[in-house]
Design a protein around this ligand. Sequence first.
Ligand code: BG6
Length: 467
Amino acid sequence: MIMNKSFLWGGAVAANQYEGGYQEGHKGLSVTDVMSAGDVDHPREISYEILDDKYYPNHYGIDFYHHYKEDIKLFAEMGFKCFRLSISWPRIYPQGDELEPNEEGLEYYDHVFDECLKYGIEPIVTLSHFEMPLYLAKKYGGWRNRQLITFFERYAITCFKRYSKKVKYWMTFNEINNLIDTDNPFNAWTGAGVLYEDNENIEQTMYQISHYQFVASARAVQRAKEINASMQVGCMLHFGPIYPSSCNPQDILAGIKAMDKRYFFSDVHVRGYYPTYTLKKWERSNIQLDITDEDLKDLKRGTVDYIGFSYYKSTIAEYDKIHDFIEVQNPLLKKSDWGWAIDPTGLRIILNEVYERYQKPMFIVENGFGAYDKLENGIINDDYRIDYLRNHISEMKKAIELDGVEVMGYTPWSAIDIVSASTGELAKRYGFIYVDLDDQAKGSGRRYRKASFEWYKRVISSNGEIL
Ligand code: BG6
């Protein structure tokens, strides 16, 4: 079977990681604007405000803000059918709680979308990708606060109305299920503008934040349909299979329990109600949440049209007496320089599992290989990236052609080099286009086509036949 002709091949980015222009056009600060740079051994810091002695890589990104015409032209040259990007919420509502949007921010995205459409590139837009207004975090405590639902809904309505003729595909919260991992403080900060306090019931707060975001997402879905019934709104999850560490039934159960923590989010987004395993968990842990009857109705009315997800790696769960399970390394898989296990078959597995669970169209909106690229005489030979993508696309094709999974498109991470979300480095490169900047954004800023650029161009023009 041949891949569907309307398959959406493209690439993905997020505003905070590539736009730069952090104060241009009356943009407000976002939560990532106060995250310093780190690297593979040193975590980034959340400084809460901008300090003179720190460097903030997201302020400059790769300066797409001023290079968008040149960059989109390169995407068009690769043959992109679509381009996944996010709108920076504080460009549209600089504080987040205003009643009126910032016209300059809206105009900027008009230009970006028009430029894409000029080449027949369909914009795929995430409303919130790790870049909510910092002011909402400081004044309201971020998504701990129910008022955030109203602010987000207003922001979503503004975007839907303004771009209803330019953007068909939307997603609400990027990798919403990262919230479950409360050991990493970045997840609550970038995803929800929340810094947990030592003396609070973190698990309860995490479920409360998630609930408010589910309601906000469900309301956004409803508003989108009212504004333009043909708009499609998806969720966005961080997926990847979690294999049991052995065939010991306790490990098998550990694998299921570990996956439940990821599925909890898609279950609510897709089915519109809380799964019983979560209700039982709340009962057992005496978790008390602010959930109204109206909220529950909203969840039912605002289920998503498709499932957007990122896939980078698989993991392993091993039975553990105290925690139900712990995650361990897979000895059979090779890893990237940042320790991410490379597992193309995992993509086919997760496509099968999720499709069987929901029977909803799936969209692979992130998948890619972070690596140290070398620019030598104007050439970047990133064969390792080609290998990674080739093997993953091949598994995706098997899922479509042999298993019957409905996949709408594939937008590898990332279309062009960007600042890494976890480390703040530019050196952890993902793009098809090399940007001549170092971790401190020093360099010419010139764009170079990597070897993967030409390779991916052929993949797209052959609709995935030539890998
Ligand atoms: C996903 C995020 O988690 O992974 C992206 O949606 C991120 O924003 C990507 O960049 C890769 O992670 P990292 O930390 O290598 O940039």
